[in-house]
Every structure is written in structure tokens, then in C-alpha cells.
Design a protein around this ligand. Structure first.
Ligand code: ATP
Ligand code: MG
Length: 561
């Protein structure tokens, strides 16, 4: 929370903040009240983070409050698991609703009364058309709809039928309650929208009390009005719903009048931000759950090691605008890298080990060397790393027959082992298949700490771990979940899934200090990227996720498309 609060001072300007400034200056609004209104039918993703940062951020900046309200009007899709996950993820992101936790289902009784009110003033009716008939009569963009034959039902009959709908007398889909607005309206949302449907389905919070449930549109604006929300901020697809929300506010004795403003959804290339699709990925086991590190969900990003502050900073940079746009995933990764570069402790890990034996280092001996924890933040201090006669290097840091621009280890060549010594490769040991299994090297004891007293230079500094003083680990490298920038553009999201979105390295070695990081604490493996301990870790089998590489290694691949 403290982090999120400190950042509000640096919040950007946007049209919503301009509107609030003007309202406050003119005395139209006393206290700013916003809300984040998720439907608990899936986990939150990074698009939601934008809406969360906006709603909670605005409330904080203006000394107001932001509610968390679950728009739980559809019991067939909503689950307690999602309710819990949403609350957890918002807190993780750094925001807090205090005591202001609400549910649309808190207002079911009030909404029901208001539905009866509309019936009594002749502005709602029970319709017996089947869903197909209703759809057929709704008209189209250029063609008006037609009135239902049940539209002329009188108030007494409507009230009676609606009460019997509530009492559970009719099967699912037999009838609905509709607003009586205008079947010829140019705005399809105003063509007698459905207010209530029959659904014999238990609700996570109200149990089996209700056999009818309000539509999202009927619940949403009135819930805001009940809570005294002053700014109903939502994404652009609800712009056409605003006249309907205003119609409800005009025709019902609501206690306050929220104003709705729409902003652009966050879209990111190589990424799908649709709960429906993400649900399918989970349901079909295409990923290992909602918190799979490849998922754009907050739970996935957390498990991947992305710090919440980096997500908030990304949201701030994206800003809030009216026009839809597509954000390059590189912009998100840049925010993550920048944050981690400043904060992550450096550790050494060898992902694909190649053993070297330092033949002139005394057998059985070892020593501790000082290593800097974060060159970007010297207050992070130093640690001791243990060196010995057998050391692992990264396989790709050695070439037997190096091309011209390869400056790392090669036969006869000297390199620096970070924080340790200069070593020189003397011999390449191969197995009968001709594969390199080991290097024999010598070290120069005078170069302890990594510098030669005679001032001689080396072309490369390599990371390493001591064979006897390192721990085995499994490292999971993640690549984008989709192999094209616009997944689903040809109509099939699944066809665009990247078949190589995860690569598992089973015999990595890490320095022991890397294992001391808490789950979710991201460290830098020097020269490799940022990694965090995964909850799959067990004693004897540490598992690390790559949060992100050090450089944007696929930016070029992207721009080549
Ligand atoms: P669905 O994908 O099923 O339509 P949703 O993503 O809109 O659902 P909600 O639970 O209704 O899910 O979202 C809660 C709030 O988050 C809404 O106010 C919505 O406008 C906002 N939101 C959702 N997706 C994005 C996004 N990509 N960018 C910004 N805000 C978003
Ligand atoms: Mg929605």
C-alpha cells in the first residue's frame, strides 16, 4: 500500500482527472468515490490492473475512496475461488478497499423492489417470448425491432407473473422481465432490455434464495447509485450502455447519481486479455492453471516473479485515454526490467553446466570470496561465495573452435571468473562420442578477486558456481504464449499458441544464496536474467522461473515480422 501511495504523487494527467478537477472546482462533487467492479467469473489479468490502478489511484489522489464490488449477478459462471483470487490479487497489486467491500448480490432485494417499481409505473413487463424469438424481433443495426405481443400486459398481470417468477414457479428461460423503452431505438441497448431472467441456480452468496437474477445492466448502475459512487469508470464497450444506465437512474428513486466515463481497454500484442479465452486455456489444460507463469493474469505474473510495483509503473506509463490502442509487450517488459535492475539481488547460477577442473588448485581446498549483491544499489551489500577446484561454467561460454567475435573461453585463452580468478583453458576432455564433458584449466592465484596485479586484461568475465558448493535446480524458461502479435486474427486463438512457450532445464546449478530468496522474490542470475523461486520447489529440488531476460532478445524477431 505504501508503495502504491507514494506513486500517486507522480500519477499522470488524463481526461478523467481533468473532469474530476473541474467537478471539484465547481462544487459538483464533494468526495470522490470510485469502485472496481469485477465479475467473479475468472482471475484478474493485466488489463484489469489498468482499471484497478485508475480507480484506486484516483480515489487515493483525491482523498476519496474506492470500493471493491463484485458484480455477482450470474451464478452459473461465478465461483468463490474467483472471489478470493480477485481480492488477493488486488491486495498484492498494492491497493486496499478498507471496509468498502460490496457485492451486487447485497442489493438483490433492493433491485427487486426497483423492478416492481418499474412495473408499477408501466415501464417494465414480463415477456413470454423464447430467447430465439426475442432475438429475431430485436432488429439490427439498420432495422428497428418489433414489439413483443406481451408488451401490452397490464400492471396487475405483470406484477403477478414477476412475483411468481421470483417464487420459482417457472422453469429456466420461460419468461423474462424487460424494460419498456423503445424497440425502434437506434441504440440496441434501449430495445426493451432484459432486467431479470429465471435461473434455478444456487449463488455463492445468496444460496438458493433466488430463482431470478438481475441482468448485469440492471444491477450495475444502480449498485453504483446505492454506494454513492461519483465516478463510474469503465471501458469503452460500455459507452452504448450509458443511455440505458441513465434511463434507470431517471426512472428509479435512486439515492445518488453516478456519472459514467469510459476509457480505452488495455490491449497488448502477443497477449490475449479476454477472460473467456483465458478460462478456456485453463479448462483445456493448455496451461498449468490460472497462475501459470505464461498467463497474463496477475496470479501468473506474480508466480513469474513480476513485482507489483512494475505493473503499477506500466499502468502509469500506459496512461488513460479515450482511444483504443495496442501496447507493445516490450513496453511492459521494459518496466519490469527497469524495476528489477534497480532492486533485484544478483546471484550466480549456471543454467547448462560444463564442468571445469582447475588442475593447479589444491585438491579438497575451498575459499570464500566477496561478491557484490547489486551494483545498482550498493546498500544491498556483499555476500560470500565459495570457490573450489571444480567449477561449473555455462556451456555456451566455451567454444573449442571459436569464431572471430567470440571472446569467451576457448582453448589456450584466459578469462575472468567473476569475483574470483583468471583461469586459462588448457585441455578439452571428450567422451567416446566426441562430446565435451569437461575442461582442464589452470588459475592464477595472484588474480584473487578478479584483477591481475600486472594489469593484464581479459576479454570476458564469466559467471560460475563451485561444483561442491552449489545446489541443483530446475529452471523454467518462458517464452511468449503466442507466436504472433495478433493472436486469433484468423479466428482461432488456439492455433496461434506458441508450441515452445516453456523450456525446462533440469540440471542447473545455483549458488546457495540464490536459494535463500523467498518464493516470489526475484533475483538476477548474472548474465542470464531475472528469476524467482517457484512454489513447486521441494527440498532437494529447487525450481526457478525466469521472470524476464536481461535484454529484449525477441524485439528484433518481433520487428522482423
Ligand atoms: P470479459 O472479458 O468477460 O468481458 P471483463 O474483462 O470486462 O470481462 P470484468 O470483471 O467485467 O471483466 O472487469 C472488471 C473491470 O475491469 C471492468 O470495469 C472492465 O471495464 C475493466 N477491464 C476489463 N478488461 C480490461 C482491460 N483490458 N483494460 C482495462 N480495463 C479492463
Ligand atoms: Mg465485463
Amino acid at each position: 500500500m505504501a508503495g502504491a501511495r507514494a506513486e500517486t504523487a507522480a500519477a499522470g494527467r488524463d481526461f478523467i482527472r481533468d473532469i474530476i478537477d473541474a467537478d471539484l472546482a465547481a462544487g459538483r462533487v464533494g468526495r470522490v468515490v470510485t469502485r472496481f467492479p469485477p465479475e467473479p467469473n475468472g482471475y484478474l489479468h493485466i488489463g484489469h490492473a489498468k482499471a484497478i490502478a485508475l480507480n484506486f489511484g484516483v480515489a487515493e489522489e483525491y482523498g476519496g475512496r474506492c470500493h471493491l464490488r463484485f458484480d455477482d449477478t450470474n451464478p452459473t459462471k461465478e465461483e468463490q475461488e474467483y472471489i478470493d483470487a480477485i481480492a488477493r490479487d488486488i491486495r498484492w497489486l498494492g491497493y486496499d478497499w478498507g471496509t468498502h467491500l460490496y457485492h451486487a448480490s447485497d442489493y438483490f432485494e433492493q433491485l427487486y423492489d426497483w423492478a416492481e417499481h418499474l412495473i408499477r409505473i408501466g415501464k417494465a413487463y414480463v415477456d413470454d417470448l423464447s430467447p430465439e424469438e426475442m432475438r429475431a424481433m430485436r432488429g439490427g443495426l439498420t432495422e428497428p425491432g418489433r414489439n413483443s405481443p406481451y408488451r401490452a400486459r397490464n400492471v396487475a398481470e405483470n406484477l403477478d407473473l414477476f412475483r411468481r417468477m421470483r417464487a420459482g414457479e417457472f422453469p429456466n428461460g420461460a419468461r423474462v422481465l424487460r424494460a419498456k423503452i423503445d424497440m425502434a431505438s437506434g441504440n440496441i441497448n434501449l430495445r426493451d432490455p432484459v432486467l431479470y431472467r429465471i435461473l434455478h441456480s444456487a449463488h455463492p452468496r445468496t444460496g438458493t434464495k433466488w430463482s431470478i437474477y438481475p441482468s448485469y445492466d440492471f444491477a450495475h448502475g444502480q449498485s453504483d447509485a446505492i454506494e454513492g459512487v461519483t465516478y463510474s469508470l469503465c471501458t469503452l464497450e460500455f459507452e452504448d450502455h450509458r443511455p440505458l444506465y441513465d434511463w434507470f437512474l431517471d426512472n428509479l428513486p435512486v439515492p445518488s447519481r453516478p456519472r459514467q466515463y469510459e476509457f480505452a481497454r488495455l490491449n497488448i500484442n502477443y497477449t490475449v486479455l479476454s477472460k473467456r479465452f483465458l478460462t478456456e486455456l485453463v479448462r483445456q489444460n493448455r496451461v498449468k492453471g490460472w497462475d501459470d507463469p505464461r498467463m497474463p493474469t496477475l496470479a501468473g505474473l506474480r508466480r513469474r516473479g513480476v513485482p507489483p510495483a512494475a505493473i503499477r509503473e506500466f499502468a502509469r506509463r500506459v496512461g488513460v485515454a479515450r482511444a483504443n490502442s495496442l501496447v507493445d509487450v516490450g513496453m511492459f517488459e521494459h518496466a519490469v526490467r527497469e524495476h528489477l535492475n534497480r532492486t533485484a539481488l544478483r546471484r550466480m547460477a549456471v543454467l547448462r553446466p560444463l564442468k571445469i577442473v582447475i588442475t593447479n588448485y589444491p585438491e579438497g581446498a575451498s575459499e570464500e570470496l566477496d561478491a557484490v549483491n547489486n551494483p545498482e544499489d550498493l546498500s544491498a551489500g556483499t555476500r560470500r561465495v565459495r570457490f573450489g577446484r571444480e567449477v561449473y561454467l555455462e556451456r555456451e561460454d566455451f567454444m573449442e573452435d571459436p569464431p572471430k567475435r567470440f571472446f569467451r573461453l576457448a582453448p589456450g585463452r584466459e578469462v575472468r571468473l567473476r569475483f574470483a580468478y583468471f583461469v586459462c583453458c588448457r585441455e578439452v576432455v571428450k567422451n567416446t562420442a566426441g562430446e565435451i564433458v569437461e575442461l582442464r584449466c589452470t588459475y592464477d592465484p595472484a588474480t584473487r578477486g578478479g584483477n591481475a596485479p600486472d594489469g593484464r586484461k581479459v576479454q570476458a568475465t564469466l559467471h560460475w558456481v563451485a561444483a561442491a558448493h552449489s545446489l541443483p535446480a530446475e529452471v523454467r524458461l518462458y517464452n511468449p504464449l503466442f507466436s504472433r502479435p495478433d493472436p486469433g486474427a484468423d479466428g482461432d486463438f488456439f492455433a496461434d499458441l506458441n508450441p515452445n512457450s516453456v523450456e525446462i532445464l533440469g540440471d542447473a546449478r545455483i549458488e546457495p544464496a540464490a536459494a535463500e530468496a523467498a518464493v516470489g522474490e526475484t533475483v538476477q542470475f548474472e548474465r542470464q536474467g531475472y528469476f524467482c523461486l517457484d512454489p513447486d520447489s521441494r527440498p532437494g529440488c529447487l525450481v526457478f522461473n525466469r521472470t524476464i531476460g536481461l535484454r529484449d532478445s525477441w524485439a528484433k524477431a518481433r520487428s522482423d515480422r
